[in-house]
Design a protein around this ligand. Structure first.
Ligand code: FAD
Length: 434
């Protein structure tokens, strides 16, 4: 089998890979210096589109429309762009073995790739219900969503099973976004939320209460505090019912599961130091192995602001960590130094006509402000998280671009608070003054 060698190899062809490639190109690349190896068949794209517009019934975005870097308002990197820059896009190629000591990657079909510097950008894979041995979890019409192939399967079933009953298992990002988009497609949607409220790890019960009422008004049934314990199938092997842990049965023609993701670090087990489930890096995304960097979902990095180390599974961090790693690689080649990564956590989502953003850390006590009545024509509300008398986190639904910038600044500056009542009264106006 042929062997190919590159100065730089990015392993993975997702969000981080695309942003890393753009950063390499900005610094100047010689043809053939950089390769991206991806098991996906398409050039890097903005993954969040898959659970939003991609599944819309009307004018859904399709590739090449959402290749990176359009998600952050940047240039769209079409496959031709990689060609022009002399970057080799090695697609539909899964790496099954990595030998970091020998600086070698081996693909499923036996090709060998050598590198001088490796950027690991393998992202995450979905957690499957069959991983927990849930009976019937391998029935037909149970879907997951991570890559464009998964989204295409959903598009097909949406077309094939008009107005059918869907059970969405999970009340996190994927659960809330898919429930909304499936309802827009006129499905009869039930969302199974295992915790006491949706988006449990981020939302307060007040925030969740707003979205849950809004969803119910849209006709989505929300079943809280119970998990899927099994599935029954018809004689064709197609899912028919979801059995809940509390014994209830919910009819389903389709099940869509969003119960979390797992970072893809298995190739490097025992070769690199891991922490908190990810590959441990420094503030330049350098791992414990020289010339090996890890970015995006797989990296556990120092979160300077909170004097902590974290792994973050969000697109904004995937983009920024990729850029930081490439800047660090180029700086070290030139004997220069760059600033350590200083990330402000940023999460967002969009469902129906709603759109929210969150910045910072959701720790401490909370102050709710604004109009969170789901029946309001233009609801706009938010929450501040306060620890040690300072604002650590800020959430806003329905904010304008300026207001969203203001909550980002508040979370970064961490101003002191004199009175919680005053803060509740001032609401977004407080952030806008900072
Ligand atoms: P990925 O984008 O997942 O890319 C990993 C790449 O590596 C993939 O191409 C994969 O095929 C490839 N790969 C993995 N293993 C191998 C191997 N062995 N050989 C070859 N290739 C390999 N975040 C937000 O902040 N907001 C959102 O609204 C949002 N929406 C999302 C919606 C969906 C449907 C999903 C799945 C995620 C969403 N996220 C969102 C999370 C965000 O997309 C991820 O955090 C981000 O994509 C991580 O980037 P990454 O490059 O680390 O991994």
């Amino acid at each position: 089998m042929a062997e190919k060698g590159f100065k730089y190899v990015i392993l993975g062809g997702g969000v981080a890979a695309g942003y890393a490639a753009r950063e390499f190109a900005k610094h100047g690349l010689k043809p053939g210096e950089l390769a991206i190896i991806s098991k996906e068949a398409v050039a890097p794209y903005e993954r969040p589109t898959l659970s939003k517009g991609y599944l819309f019934p009307e004018s859904p975005p399709r590739l090449p429309g959402f290749h990176v870097c359009v998600g952050s308002g940047g240039e769209r990197l079409l496959p031709e762009w990689y060609k022009e820059k002399g970057i080799e896009l090695i697609l539909s190629t899964e790496i099954v073995k990595a030998d970091l000591a020998a600086k070698t990657l081996i693909s499923a079909s036996g090709e060998t790739f050598k590198y001088q510097i490796l950027v690991i950008a393998t992202g995450s894979t979905v957690v499957r219900l069959s991983d927990f041995r849930i009976p019937g979890a391998d029935a037909k019409n149970i879907f997951y969503l991570r890559e464009i192939d998964d989204a295409d399967k959903l598009v097909e079933v949406i077309k094939a099973k008009k107005n059918a009953k869907v059970v969405v298992v999970g009340g996190g990002y994927i659960g809330i976004e898919l429930s909304a988009v499936l309802r827009i497609n006129n499905f009869d949607v039930s969302m199974l939320v295992p915790e006491s409220w949706c988006m449990f790890r981020l939302f307060t019960s007040d925030i969740a209460g707003f979205y849950e009422s809004y969803y119910e008004k849209k006709g989505i049934k929300i079943i809280k505090g119970s998990v899927a314990a099994g599935f029954t199938a018809d004689s064709n092997g197609e899912v028919k019912e979801v059995k809940l842990k509390d014994g209830r049965l919910v009819e389903a023609d389709i099940v869509v599961v969003g119960v979390g993701a797992r970072p893809l670090t298995g190739l490097f087990k025992g070769q690199v130091v891991e922490e908190k489930g990810g590959i441990k890096t420094d503030g330049f995304f350098q791992t414990s192995v020289p010339d090996v960097y890890a970015v995006g979902d797989v990296a556990t990095f120092p979160l300077k602001m909170y004097n902590d180390v974290r792994r973050v599974e969000h697109v904004d961090h995937a983009r920024k960590s990729a850029e930081q790693a490439v800047k660090a690689i180029k700086a070290s080649e030139e004997g220069k130094a760059i600033e350590e990564y200083d990330y402000l956590p940023f999460f967002y989502s969009r469902e129906f006509d709603l759109s929210w953003q969150f910045y910072g850390d959701n720790v401490g006590e909370t102050v709710l402000f604004g109009d969170n009545n789901p029946a309001s024509p233009n609801p706009k509300f938010g929450t501040y998280w306060i620890k040690d008398g300072k604002i650590f986190g800020a959430f806003l639904e329905g904010g304008s671009p300026e207001e969203n910038k203001a909550i980002a600044k508040v979370a970064r500056v961490q101003p002191s608070i004199e009175s919680r009542d005053l803060l509740a009264e001032e609401g977004i106006a407080f952030a806008s003054k900072i």
